[in-house]
Each structure stands twice: as structure tokens, then as C-alpha cells.
Design a protein around this ligand. Structure first.
Ligand SMILES: *Cc1c(COP(=O)(O)O)cnc(C)c1O
Length: 403
């Protein structure tokens, strides 16, 4: 720690503890030779996009990784979700059920689909969507249920599946944050009608960008592989409407394949980081780690902590102090999605729990650019601000005035 007094905190103009920003992005850097080796295949064949050799290999490997029958790749997780929901939503129905405490851009996807979000409540301990709340949101306008996994552990897949089958509503999973997990019933990637994943560089599998979905439904897989390339089913033969250009190209597939090759090492590193945080954070009051359920496989990627009243600062004050030190901690899924929409643009059950949880959680730096030493420094910084809390709080108005 380069600080002796509170004034030396970067938030008050002192030098930050890190030179390089420490973010919450995964940024996996697989072996470059592996990436180049995969690339040689498409280069030699001059097949750069449109179902090239690496895209086909990647789809086969991802299907087997998830124990699913089929995998269809896309240019992003966004378009995987948008296209599969477009196909599966019940005709003539208007509402999609999902949590409000979730991925910030989810309402953009829903806007492209012309559906109305119907927000359900989450569980106060797991932050996952609450099945009984999902059930209470189902009505005669429900087109689809979007099961979204929280960023630590999984949502209650089995309960969601039974609600969906009982109510005869299609169920699609956004499994971006649970790509490496399994649950008692099996591997993530085999549930609902389809499960969607992302290959964005900040996620566990880095394809520079891209996405994919897994499904056991061959008809669905065929239709979506056609829709991602304008709806073509043969030369000049377009069968599906709402096709668009959402293919994954070969470069991205090569990077994703190289990531997949390195995934187990990467997860072991993530686990070491997670344990380092767990050890360090254990001494604090009011700053507690959301723990991974280690009974099943887990990617250990995200570090989420709950900040309660016993901690001397609010979550937002803590984020402000950390960010100034180049510790790019983030408010966890705050603001919740419904608060960014007009009242006429959504339907919701009582979301008071969501609103209160949104102020309590913080995402801490993780991923390949954060070492265990960095984590020790972050813990030291937290100890420092805890110890000097009274003085820091007296100095805080200075920054609010400056803003
Ligand atoms: C990142 C993310 C997406 C979107 O994936 P992109 O590949 O970036 O379009 C969807 N859902 C969740 C939960 C995400 O975190």
C-alpha cells in the first residue's frame, strides 16, 4: 500500500494504487500459436466466413462441451437471443418474463423483438429469478419465459422447466454467465428449448466477440442456422422471414477454439483468484463474498460481494473510492432494468426486493489480468479505508462538491 493518510487516496487526488486498470472483464489470452494454427485451415481453404471449417469445428466442440445435440454460432450473444426468441415466442402474444436485476442490455434485445418485458422478482440470497414470482407473472399474453442465470451460481432451472411445461410457454435460457456450470440435473446447455451464450472478450470463452446457442431440437437448429445468414436455405432460396446477417466468421471461431483449449487452466486460475478474495474478505464486517456452490462445476469467474450496513461506506461510495485507485469495481446490475423504462413500456410484479438488492452488491476485479498479488492489494486498500473510515467520510463532501 502506497498510502499512509486518507488524503493520499486517489479519490482525493493521491496516486492510484495500480498503474494499469483492474477490471471485471475476463480477457482470456489463449496461446497465440493455437489461435494461428486454427487460422491456417481457413486461410488455406480461402473459406473466411459462411460455415467455414473452424465455425463447424467450434459448433461441434461446443455441442459436445455442453452435452447438447446441436450448437449454432452467431455474431454475438445478443443475436443468438434475439433470433431464438423471435422463433419461439408464441404467435400473437406480447410479453416476455425475465428478472429486472440482470444484464443491462437485455431490454435492447426485447425492444428489437417488439415484446413487452414482464419483470419478476429475484431471490434475496441467490439473486436468481424466483420461480414462484415467474409463475405469478404468467398470463394469457405471455409469449416466452427467459430464464437468466445470475453471475454467481445458477437459477432454479428445474422449477422454471416445470412452470414452462405446465403453462405451455416456451422457455429459453440466457446462460452467458453459467457457461461452465452444471447442476444436479446435468450440464448447462441442455435445458429449456435452447440456451444462449456469448463469446465476447469479457466473458469466459473469448472469441473476440460472438455468441452461440445449444439445443436438442434439430428443426430449431436448422431454422436458426438459416436465419443467421439472411434466411437462405439454398442458392437464391430464402425460406425464413426475419433473417439477417449474424454469422460468426472464421477469425472469431479460431479464437474461441483456442480459448476452449485453455479453458480448464483458466478456470483453475479463476478459482485461485476466488479463494484469494475469500480469504482476504473474511475479516471484514459488512463486506461478504457471494460464494460459489462447489458441489458442481463452476467457472469461478465473477467476484460479487454484498455490502451491508456494518460496512462504513455505501456501495456507491465504495465503488467511487475503488475506481479512483483504478480498481474498476462496478455496481452489480444497478440500476435494475425497469427503472430505465417508462411505466408504459413494461409490466412488473412488486420489485421492492430487486430495488433494494440493486444498491447492495459490488463486482470486484477478476479475470486474466488480475493476479493474486493484485487481489492482496485490493484487500489492503479495503482494510485501509475501513480503518480510516471516519476521516474519509469527513473528506468525502469535497469530491461531491467537485463533481
Ligand atoms: C454479455 C451478455 C449478453 C450479450 O452477449 P454479447 O455477445 O455481448 O452480445 C447477454 N446476456 C448476458 C447475461 C450477458 O452478460
Amino acid at each position: 500500500m502506497n498510502k499512509k493518510t486518507s488524503e493520499e487516496l486517489a479519490v482525493f487526488g493521491g496516486r492510484s494504487i495500480f498503474e494499469e486498470y483492474k477490471s471485471t472483464s475476463n480477457l482470456l489470452k489463449p496461446d497465440v500459436e493455437k489461435f494461428l494454427n486454427y487460422s491456417k485451415a481457413f486461410y488455406a481453404q480461402k473459406h473466411y466466413t459462411n460455415n467455414g471449417p473452424n465455425v463447424r469445428l467450434l459448433e461441434a466442440r461446443l455441442a459436445s462441451f455442453h452435452n447438447a445435440k446441436h450448437c449454432v454460432s452467431f455474431s454475438s450473444g445478443f443475436w443468438a437471443l434475439a433470433l431464438v426468441i423471435k422463433v419461439l415466442a408464441k404467435p400473437g402474444k406480447t410479453e416476455i418474463i425475465l428478472p429486472s436485476l440482470t444484464y443491462r442490455r437485455m431490454t435492447d434485445i426485447i425492444a428489437w423483438l417488439g415484446l413487452t418485458p414482464h419483470f419478476c422478482e429475484v431471490d434475496k440470497n441467490t439473486l436468481a429469478m424466483c420461480p414462484s414470482s415467474v409463475k405469478s407473472c404468467v398470463n394469457e399474453n405471455t409469449a416466452v419465459i427467459l430464464g437468466v442465470h445470475p453471475i454467481v451460481n445458477c437459477c432454479d432451472v428445474e422449477s422454471l422447466e416445470s412452470i414452462a411445461s405446465e403453462c405451455e410457454i416456451p422457455l429459453v435460457f440466457d446462460s452467458v454467465e453459467s457457461v461452465y456450470e452444471n447442476i444436479e440435473a446435468g450440464k448447462i446447455g441442455t435445458f429449456g428449448e435452447a440456451e444462449c451464450f456469448s463469446l465476447h472478450a469479457c466473458k469466459l470463452f473469448n472469441g473476440f466477440g460472438g455468441g452461440y446457442l445449444t439445443t436438442n431440437n434439430i428443426e430449431l437448429a436448422k431454422q436458426l442456422s438459416s436465419m443467421r445468414t439472411f434466411g437462405f436455405v439454398g442458392p437464391d432460396n430464402i425460406e425464413y422471414s426475419h433473417g439477417l446477417n449474424a454469422k460468426l466468421n472464421e477469425m472469431h471461431a479460431c479464437m474461441a477454439l483456442a480459448s476452449l483449449d485453455d479453458i480448464d487452466t483458466q478456470v483453475a486460475d479463476n478459482k485461485a483468484r476466488y479463494y484469494q478474495y475469500r480469504k482476504g474478505l473474511a475479516k471484514f464486517r459488512g463486506f461478504s463474498l457471494l460464494e460459489f456452490d462447489e458441489v458442481f462445476d463452476s467457472g469461478f469467474k465473477n467476484i460479487v460481494a454484498r455490502i451491508s450496513d456494518e460496512w462504513p461506506f455505501t456501495r456507491d461510495e465504495t465503488v467511487l473510492i475503488l475506481n479512483a485507485e483504478r480498481v474498476l469495481a462496478r455496481a452489480h446490475y444497478d440500476p435494475p432494468l425497469h427503472t430505465k423504462l417508462n411505466d408504459s413500456e413494461y409490466i412488473a410484479c412488486d420489485l421492492s426486493l430487486t430495488e433494494s438488492l440493486a444498491t447492495q452488491f459490488i463486482n470486484l476485479p477478476c479475470g486474466q489480468k488480475v493476479s493474486c498479488d493484485d487481489i492482496d492489494q485490493i484487500i489492503d486498500l479495503l482494510s485501509f479505508i475501513e480503518k480510516h473510515a471516519d476521516q474519509i467520510k469527513q473528506l468525502m463532501p469535497r469530491i461531491t462538491e467537485r463533481d
